[in-house]
Ligand binder design. Structure first.
Ligand SMILES: [Zn+2]
Ligand SMILES: [Zn+2]
Length: 172
């Protein structure tokens, strides 16, 4: 079950947008050489690129250019309403399963430990929340969703559907 969850949550990294090489001036789809983890945390509208992309003509590193392109494509785009609602539900859920039992514990001092019961529920809550956010990129208006993860803008995830070029910005 965990393996199934992991494969569902996994991102398909890639880059399928044309870029202009500052070194040779060539405009084309860049060469995609896989991706590398980046653990730096950026806020606001700073892009974080994972994809290793280079000019298809002169092999110049195009990650900076791609980062600028990511900002241009996604900075005007809001995180979807459904995603925001899920975050709100998650916050309410955390209050219900974590904060409320702790309050009950201290206020009424019941015989069984209500607070630890809440802690047990906390983990599945995170799983359900993440799964719901992930399921948003299993759907597309084109009917054949294939979302490629392009990078992070601040703390939100930027995706582009391979089939119809629809853009999607998600937060978890
Ligand atoms: Zn070039
Ligand atoms: Zn699509």
């Amino acid at each position: 079950m965990l393996a199934k969850y992991r494969s569902a949550v996994q991102n398909d990294h890639g880059w399928e947008v044309e870029l202009t090489c500052p070194s040779c001036g060539h405009t084309a789809l860049p060469r995609y050489d896989g991706w590398t983890p980046d653990t730096s945390i950026n806020f606001g509208s700073t892009p974080t690129m994972f994809a290793l992309i280079a000019c298809s003509k002169c092999a110049h590193d195009l990650r900076d250019v791609a980062g600028k392109q990511l900002v241009a494509m996604f900075s005007d785009m809001a995180v979807s309403k459904l995603n925001k609602r899920l975050i709100a539900y998650f916050v309410v859920g955390v209050v219900l399963v974590v904060a409320l039992p702790i309050i009950v514990q201290f206020a009424f001092k019941p015989k069984f430990h209500v607070a630890s019961f809440g802690a047990i529920l906390f983990v599945p809550l995170i799983f359900v929340f993440n799964y719901r956010v992930v399921s948003m990129r299993k759907r597309c208006t084109c009917g054949a969703p294939k979302y490629i993860f392009m990078g992070l803008l601040g703390r939100s995830y930027c995706y582009r559907c391979s089939n119809c070029a629809r853009l999607l910005r998600l937060r978890d």
